[in-house]
Design a protein around this ligand. Structure first.
Ligand SMILES: *Cc1c(COP(=O)(O)O)cnc(C)c1O
Length: 383
């Protein structure tokens, strides 16, 4: 019997240890280490019989989160890490060796851009960034040392939807691995592993957790690569705390409900803002999946708007330099996520002082539109 996403997201395959008290939810194993009754019993961990030794190496709560997300992605293995960034780092170090080369999309999340262009050099890994809308540019960037193609299924802040099939075809032609950041789409909308991607990564800080109360990452994908990444995470100390894993997993159970409502609201808000005289542009994907188009909308206000006045008039919509909570929030790419870029780099990708990213929540859709449009009215300079 094949279960729907809505069923799988609340009934994952995780089993409690035999003999445990029959707690409905998985208890929080808030322990740094596990104890043994004899040397023989301790030896059994190394023989692969006893599952846990030391929480940096593995813990029931972190395993539950990693496996639950892997299951939703349709992948055989998954691990949970301390943040989206550590999941990306461990995944890349598992897929690319010293002296290796990555071809990556040029419109990546700011933190990933920093990791790829600065930090990875110290690990002896080179990166070429190109537009993934241009298959010739991707092909031309592939060289002798290239091992990995890296992209995001839906990008930030302009919500370009990656053509996963083309990415996988290109990788197959050159025998490269592929890694895709699926944070914005979530497995509710897209499952890149099912389309042939080797490693899928999430900032579980965003929709997986969904309540803005936890920093976490998940890496799911091919067994061999996830096991190699687990080794990196153990060595680098990129483990997630049991409590954070428990919180993220609790949030995950409502992913289908949240995404369905948030995507439905986003459709309504995008449509309502499109004809507004002082909203020059609404960036919102035309099609992500049959279940919806995600819940991030980026708008560009007209030149008549005073940006300070707009941000100060948002009422219950808070300015939050992140996304994906159940509350509608706004962020300012120029001042936060893309702050490190030069003005010229920002202009090149279209981020000017009038671009605002909106993370749509689960409130009443009409209320969201009213609050946003009233802030736009308030921002119009009185002449
Ligand atoms: C937030 C984010 C990350 C980084 O995740 P952290 O949990 O903050 O480390 C990576 N990719 C995308 C697309 C993100 O939005």
């Amino acid at each position: 019997m094949t279960k729907s996403f809505e069923t799988k997201v609340v009934h994952n395959k995780w089993k409690q240890e035999a003999g445990a008290i029959n707690s409905k939810t998985t208890p929080i194993y808030q322990t740094s280490v596990f104890s043994f009754q004899s040397l023989n019993e301790m030896e059994s961990y190394f023989d692969g019989e006893a599952p846990y030794l030391y929480s940096r190496n593995g813990n029931p709560n972190t395993d539950e989160l990693g496996q639950a997300v892997a299951e939703l992605e349709g992948a055989p293995s998954g691990i949970a890490t301390s943040s989206g960034m550590s999941a990306i780092l461990c995944g890349i170090l598992a897929a690319v060796g010293h002296g290796g080369h990555i071809v990556a999309a040029d419109d990546l999340y700011g933190g990933t851009f920093q990791l790829l262009t600065k930090e990875l050099k110290e690990f002896g890994i080179d990166v070429t960034l190109v537009s993934f809308d241009d298959p010739d540019a991707v092909e031309n960037a592939i060289g002798e040392r290239t091992e990995l193609l890296y992209s995001e299924s839906v990008t930030n802040p302009f919500l370009r939807v990656e053509n996963i099939k083309n990415l996988v075809d290109m990788a197959d032609r050159y025998q490269l691995k592929t890694m895709v950041d699926n944070t914005f789409a979530t497995p509710y909308l897209l499952q890149p592993f099912q389309e042939g991607v080797d490693l899928v990564v999430h900032s579980a800080t965003k929709y997986i957790g969904g309540h803005s109360d936890v920093s976490a990452g998940v890496l799911a994908g091919r067994n061999d690569l996830v096991e190699a990444a687990r080794g990196k995470a153990v060595a680098l100390g990129a483990n997630l705390s049991p409590f954070e894993a428990w919180l993220a997993h609790r949030g995950l159970k409502t992913l289908a409900l949240r995404m369905r409502q948030q995507a439905e609201n986003a459709d309504y808000v995008a449509e309502s803002l499109r004809n507004h005289a002082d909203i020059q542009h609404v960036y919102y994907p035309a099609y992500v999946s049959e279940k919806g188009n995600g819940a991030i909308i980026t708008i560009e206000l007209s030149e008549r708007c005073d940006m300070d006045a707009f941000f100060s008039s948002l009422g219950w919509i808070k300015i939050v330099p992140s996304l994906a909570g159940v509350e509608t929030t706004v962020s300012y790419p120029k001042g936060t996520s893309h702050r490190a870029l030069t003005e010229e780099q920002r202009q090149k990708i279209g981020i000017n002082a009038r671009v605002v990213r909106v993370s749509i929540g689960i409130e009443g859709a009409k209320d969201i539109v009213e609050q946003l449009t009233s802030a736009v009215e308030n921002s119009l300079s009185e002449e």
